[in-house]
Each structure stands twice: as structure tokens, then as C-alpha cells.
Design a protein. Structure first.
Length: 89
């Protein structure tokens, strides 16, 4: 019975992903210097693009359709791998 109760308990915050390319808004990533560095590493120039503010409420997965050559599935996977190493603020 204890195992069933434990299985239903929510995961501790540290066990949950901090950021994700498919669920975290770009604005949140831009506001965190470490996450912003991840974006710049994998999508060079994105953080300084004149139009980046228009995408603040979108996710990287959302904008992939507008730039599929630059924001590939591999890029998203690489971003997620690096974001997983960060703590959300």
C-alpha cells in the first residue's frame, strides 16, 4: 500500500524539468541569463534579433515552423539537453 501512495505523490520540484523547448515561453528563457546563453549557443543571433520580442510568448517549438532550417528537431533536442542542466527561476 505504501508503494501505491508513493506512486501517486507528486514529484519533488528538483525532479521536474526546469525548462523545455516545447513548453517554456521564449520570454522566460530570455529573462534567465543561463537559458539565454543556451539559446545563443544553439541558435546564434536569436537573442539579438530585432524580432525576438514578438516571439516572447511563443516556445521554440512554436517558432520552428517559421525557421525549420535553423531550428531543427536536433537543435531542439540539443537545447533541451542543455536546459535540463539549469534550474528554473
Amino acid at each position: 500500500m505504501a508503494a501505491a501512495v508513493f506512486a501517486m505523490a507528486p514529484l519533488p520540484a528538483f525532479a521536474q524539468a526546469a525548462y523545455s523547448s516545447s513548453t517554456t515561453e521564449i520570454g522566460a528563457l530570455l529573462d534567465d541569463p543561463a537559458a539565454k546563453a543556451v539559446l545563443e549557443k544553439h541558435v546564434p543571433g536569436m537573442t539579438t534579433n530585432d524580432q525576438v520580442d514578438m516571439a516572447r510568448s511563443m516556445t521554440l517549438k512554436d517558432i520552428q515552423q517559421y525557421s525549420p532550417d535553423q531550428i531543427t528537431d536536433k537543435v531542439l533536442a540539443d537545447v533541451d539537453a542543455d536546459l535540463a542542466k539549469l534550474k528554473a527561476k
